[in-house]
Ligand binder design. Sequence first.
Ligand SMILES: Cc1ncc(COP(=O)(O)O)c(C=O)c1O
Length: 394
Amino acid sequence: MADLAVAADLSRDDIDVTAVLDHLVADAAATAPTAIGYPGAVDLDHSAVIARLGHRLWNNIGDPADTGGVAHTRVLEQAVVAWMADLFGIPAGDRWGYVTTGGTEGNLSALAAAYRRWPTARIYYSTAAHYSIPKIVDLLGAYKTVVRAHPDGEMDYDHLAAQLRKRRRWPAIVVATAGTTMTEAVDDVTRIRAILTHYAMVGHLHVDAALSGIPLALDGKLRCDDVGIDSIAVSGHKFLGVPTPCGVVLIRDHVRNPARQPIAYTAAADTTVTGSRCGLAAALLWHAIAVHGREGHRWRAAEARTVAAYAVDRIRATGWQAWRYPHAFTVVLPTPPETVRVKWLLATDGPASHLICMPGITTAQIDALTADLTAAIRTPIPHPRTPHTPEADG
Ligand SMILES: Cc1ncc(COP(=O)(O)O)c(C=O)c1O
């Protein structure tokens, strides 16, 4: 099909629905072998859930603790929230959460709860924070304070301390990132908490852990009880590779203000950002966790890191630079020649690009990438030619 947009145009009266769907699938399959710039795991098989549940609506409308409504998966959602809360060490008597549409909604739900509790707070986040954070601060109408990040993506704690000190009359809502978008840096929540304690500041500590939260927690490297993290948000379509955007937000129950009226016609409490919520996403998350368990997921993370370490070695062997944090799936490199960047869908921010060795990315893909890189580096860049003019010929 030459032009998908033309074929899919709903004003046509000769739409070939099967051909349009086949085209979408073929396009996605064609790019899959070189799609290593964005963080979706590709090693898990979710087809059992799609086959069994994909033919009808599963709507977890309202609070995950409600049980009203006809077809919903709230029991599975509650199991997912409990598993995540255990993983992140949120005390059993002080936890609440739900399955969101993704990391962004998780950040919004948590920061809205924090801001309801501390309406005069300043919200602090670093220049490496995900773009959803400044957007959410704007939506809330809150005051923001942007903290410098180091070039490797980690927050500059001295700058945070200086910014907090200047504003210590107001409560502080601090957003740390566990896995920044470009380098997968992890802000040190212990240091952030120590700075807040040093200035005796009240407020809220939120962790945007969209990418790295689950793999770090599986290794015991991110726990909410150790340092008093008040809320955390993860994505479900990243490490768990769920084939629809989703996520989980966890908030300590005592910091929320759940005094929302039950909605009569839904027979559910309106505690979530959206009303209707995707029950299929909750079932997909539950399935991914149930089938592999903690050990299985820890193994997946370790394997992916091994491939990432291999990628660093192989890229360096071409003469190009590359680095990664020891915990990271992300490999950072100076932006390579255009042909490589475009073919391998590398995420790029000016002079730096990255690839992400999510579970399912293979060493064969890395070998193919480095072969392309080697060829591109060896190809001389053509010099722009001086335009030929009769005057120049004299
Ligand atoms: C650090 C971070 N936070 C939040 C998000 C947003 O997550 P989502 O796309 O699931 O809304 C991302 C996604 O890339 C991210 O990397």
